[in-house]
Design a protein around this ligand. Structure first.
Ligand SMILES: *Cc1c(COP(=O)(O)O)cnc(C)c1O
Length: 460
């Protein structure tokens, strides 16, 4: 068919008569107008559609949009992937104390007011002190996220100067944090040293010049290089920096505060090793809200707070309250391991995981017509933290007739209520129990029943 006559597009009134919605009239009209506009643009771009197709597409698009406007866009999901810090699922689930603190500070609070003397105070006072006490750092600041923290340091301390980084650490993290891009945005000149798999102390030594502002180490948060590899460790780099009078910055990423076997450098260890600045995320291994932590020497950290960029990156009262509550849990390491979900999920003993898996499997068997089995497995748990770290876990598996059906079931679970994130492997749908809490077993069973009906799976 030839170019569709744009005047033939359905009118808003005609669509209005076909859609029923509880939403306000003005909103429905707006949605219809926008969808007609989208179709018009598609037609102008040469998309070929006859009147019938056009009408069907328009109605479907309008109905879909109205449906999504009815409910909240962000919904609680059941994470059965076993990945504790899943960026697409909001990273660290907050500790109960942090949730409570967020709710309690939603109204008016003494955010920038010293209640004792009625004078203005800094919103960061409480978290600053906790961060210094817990990590041994001289000074601390908190911004919106770790990407912001790195950008702030580069803009204030290294703009127009050189920053030396190992080639093996020029990483992309979480899709949009690319170190070379952040360098450019911060106005710093990147000086790459070494090779992808090997960088030596002499590589740094030779690159240091009059314009060097920082030596930067970036933690490889979501990948590992194996084989013939070598990076310069933090303590050695600090030694090099001292000899040349150049500060060393460690972009640690994970924000691990307590020792975990096989895991990253901790924040206190990075400070103890002599890093002049350490940056980390609040919502990875620290287990708190999204935030960017900056720790280190006072003469380097304090000037950062005077930058207009810092003002543009600051945290609001509820996130500060959540961060403070999370940090307080670290005052007693045992409390941290128990109360911070990101840590307690990692620390779940294999026997406890197996017991929970068997309990979930029993309930699924009672309610479903497909075979349910439990198997032991090893799985990566990080998702942008703890690269290469695999822990023993237990999987609950549903077996259906074909791989296509398994994928259809995974898709149906994801769009179900509550949404469940699981994974297909061959003819099986796998639930990793590590990230599923026992109170989620009942809704998970119900979601599986509904999804099996939708996906129309059978057993071979
Ligand atoms: C995750 C990560 C970042 C980005 O942190 P956000 O808090 O997501 O902005 C930067 N650097 C490293 C090493 C990371 O692991």
């Amino acid at each position: 068919m030839a170019q569709f006559d744009l005047r033939g597009l359905p009118s808003v009134d005609r669509v209005l008569q076909q859609v029923a919605s509880e939403l306000p009239h003005w909103l429905v009209v707006q949605v219809i107008r926008r969808e007609i506009q989208t179709l018009r643009a598609a037609l102008q771009n040469g998309r070929q559609l006859d009147a019938e197709q056009l009408w069907e597409m328009l109605l479907a698009a309008v109905r879909g949009r109205l449906e999504s406007l009815l409910g909240p866009g962000l919904r609680e999901v059941i994470n059965a992937t076993g990945v504790v810090l899943h960026t697409n699922l909001g990273r660290a689930p907050l500790p109960a104390a942090a949730c409570k603190a967020m709710a309690e500070t939603a109204g008016y609070v003494n955010l920038e007011l010293d209640l004792a003397d009625g004078e203005r105070s800094s919103r960061l006072n409480h978290v600053r002190e906790l961060l210094c006490l817990l990590t041994g750092a001289e000074a601390a600041l908190v911004v919106n996220n770790n990407a912001a923290a790195v950008l702030l340091v580069l803009s204030v301390l290294a703009a127009g100067k050189e920053v030396i980084v190992s080639r093996g650490q020029l990483v992309e993290i979480g899709g949009s944090f690319r170190l070379p891009d952040i360098m450019r945005a911060g106005g710093a000149q990147l000086v790459e040293v070494g090779t992808t798999n090997h960088t030596r102390p002499s590589d740094y030594e030779m690159a240091i010049g009059a314009d060097t502002a920082l030596l930067l180490r970036v933690h490889p948060s979501n990948f590992t290089i194996t084989g013939y590899t070598g990076e310069v460790d933090l303590a050695t780099l600090v030694g090099i920096g001292r000899r040349h009078g150049i500060p060393v910055m460690e972009d640690l990423g994970s924000g691990l505060m307590v020792d975990f076997p096989g895991a990253d450098l901790t924040l206190p260890a990075a400070i103890a090793a002599g890093a002049a600045i350490v940056t980390a995320s609040g919502d990875k291994m620290l287990g708190g809200p999204q935030a960017g932590l900056l720790l280190g020497r006072a003469e380097l950290i304090e000037p950062l707070a005077k930058s207009p960029l810092f003002r543009a990156m600051r945290l609001d009262k509820t996130r500060l309250a959540a961060l403070e509550a999370t940090l307080r849990l670290y005052l007693e390491p045992e409390t941290a391991w128990r109360e911070i979900p990101a840590l307690s999920m990692l620390a779940r003993p294999p026997a406890e995981l197996a017991k929970q898996a068997r309990s979930l499997a029993r309930r699924l068997k009672r309610h479903l017509d497909v075979p349910v089995t439990v198997c032991a497995s090893r799985a990566p748990v990080g998702g942008g933290s703890l690269p290469g770290l695999e822990l023993p876990t237990s999987l609950v598996a549903l077996t259906v007739a074909t791989a296509g059906q398994a994928q259809a079931l995974v898709d149906a679970l994801r769009v179900g209520n509550p949404p469940v994130l699981a994974r297909a492997r061959g003819e099986q749908v796998l639930f990793d129990i590590r990230t599923v809490i026992s109170s989620q077993h009942t809704p998970l069973v119900a979601a599986c029943r509904a999804a099996l009906e939708v996906a129309q799976c059978d057993v071979s």
